[in-house]
Design a binder for this molecule. Structure first.
Ligand code: 5AD
Ligand code: SF4
Length: 442
């Protein structure tokens, strides 16, 4: 243990999904409000925190490696682990890493400053984990680096229990945030100059179902947020296919700021595997939703997550996933090899697909994804798209922004365009990035 009465600086490293990134922003805000300074140099920080992810084995191994490495040096900083690994591994982390000072679960991030005080004054390891989440987070304290777009949490946890997934255990059951609190935060963000919000939840479509007395389901929330005129774009993720309703599709169509990209993971194209995954829809039901989305929302773009090499997945079943991907032509896809997770129902099945076969299936899908992406980009060359300008590109010369369906566009322009919507005529593309020129000043 180090007993260090005066903390000045801290270093934060985030692993995993956007929900974790947002939790980090909230914790960074809380530390700054206590007078600490965020630094990027881990070696000189008085406090080091890893906000961790458990979704796949690789995510956990990265953090374990990092913690092991810190234990080998002479301990200078206070070290903490927060997030999903804290929930999955609890006090066993202290046994494995005696130099670790605190572990805070996903439902206790508001307790960070109290835990820190306990560590500083008590000089012993502190564990703060509760299984149930109580809506008590001060979202307004979040410290955002980005000035144009912000993530906003609307529902935490997940009740779906897909057989491969740790999220229902690491983040607990679904708890919606009140519409008033969400609207207040979004209005504040808009007043501060933010132009885009991404509404976050493991399953945003369940929003409000745990509080029928609010009379505000996900589509109602979209209409309410659509009334904030300074907000130019509303994004959301992720949507469980079973909960996507016609009312939601109509809201996306009717609210001009609602982006027409729907990320609703299929996971597999085989009915037998879908059943084994407990995804609670069939391929046919999923395709029916795709039809409705295409009919109701003009120019809708679809996104997905896919897992290859799920236990017992045959070559023919993988081919079904491949075929459906080709048919739907997703514009965004996150494709993963199955990774067995402790505590999930799928652990009872042997992880019987060899890693080489998983890798081969993964590469096949990635190649298809890339080919479809190139075709989609080629098809829109010559047309004009609306781009929300976010910042200068890494080269510092061209501006970078995204279309409503999340395509990345770069083009020449000046700093005053940052945070505005611009009409950009596309002339070419390089890998995933489209290149163009501004047509009219927005
Ligand atoms: N192995 C591989 N991928 C997984 N995902 C969730 N659990 C696992 C797992 N055990 C993927 C799913 C989910 C995304 C966030 O991560 O595709 O949609
Ligand atoms: Fe995990 Fe399934 Fe919940 Fe998504 S819907 S977070 S995959 S359990």
């Amino acid at each position: 243990m180090v007993v260090m009465k005066n903390l000045h600086t801290f270093y934060f490293r985030t692993y995993g999904c956007q929900m974790n990134e947002l939790d980090t922003e909230i914790m960074v805000g809380a530390l700054q409000s206590r007078g600490l300074t965020k630094i990027e140099d881990e070696d000189n920080a008085d406090l080091i925190i890893f906000n961790t992810c458990s979704i796949r084995d690789l995510a956990e191994r990265k953090v374990m490696g990092k913690l092991g490495q810190l234990g080998r040096g002479k301990k200078k900083a206070i070290i903490g682990v927060t997030g999903c690994m804290a929930m999955a591994k609890k006090e066993t982390l202290f046994r494995k890493f005696p130099h670790l000072d605190f572990v805070i679960g996903t439902n206790n991030i508001t307790d960070l400053n109290t835990v820190l005080d306990e560590v500083l004054h008590g000089g012993k390891q502190v564990l703060k984990i509760e299984d149930k989440y109580e809506e008590n987070l001060d979202y307004l304290v979040a410290k955002r680096e980005d000035k144009v777009k912000a993530m906003v949490s609307i529902i935490r946890g997940c009740d779906k229990f897909c057989t491969y997934c740790v999220v229902p255990y690491t983040r607990g059951g679904e708890v919606s945030r009140t519409p008033t609190s969400i609207l207040e935060e979004c209005q504040k963000l808009a007043d501060q100059g933010y132009k885009e919000v991404t509404l976050l939840g493991q399953n945003v479509n369940s929003y409000g179902k745990d509080h029928p007395e609010w009379g505000c389901l996900f589509h109602d929330l979209i209409y309410k947020l659509g009334a904030i005129s300074l907000l130019k774009r509303i994004r959301f993720m992720t949507s469980h296919p079973i909960d996507i309703t016609i009312e939601l599709m109509q809201a996306i169509r009717d609210v001009p700021s609602a982006c027409n990209l729907v990320h609703f993971p299929i996971q597999s194209g085989s009915n037998r595997i879908l059943k084994k995954m407990h995804r609670i829809y069939t391929k046919e039901e999923y395709l029916h939703k795709v039809d409705l989305l295409n009919k109701i929302i003009p120019n809708v773009s679809l996104g997905t997550d896919i897992i290859v090499g799920f236990p017992t997945e045959t070559e023919a079943e993988f081919q079904e996933t491949y075929d459906i991907f080709k048919q739907i032509r997703y514009s965004i896809a996150f494709i993963y090899a199955y990774s067995p997770r402790k505590g999930t129902p799928a652990m009872r099945w042997k992880d019987d697909i060899p890693e080489e076969v998983k890798e081969e299936r993964l590469q096949k899908l990635l190649a298809l994804y890339s080919q479809i992406g190139d075709e989609q980009r080629a098809a829109i060359l010559g047309s004009t798209v609306e781009v929300l300008v976010e910042r200068f590109n890494r080269d510092q010369k061209l501006l970078k922004g995204r279309t409503t369906c999340w395509k990345k566009v770069i083009f020449p322009g000046d700093e005053s365009m940052i945070g505005t919507l611009q009409q950009v005529k596309l002339h070419s593309f390089n890998h995933q990035t489209l290149l163009g020129d501004v047509v009219t000043r927005g």
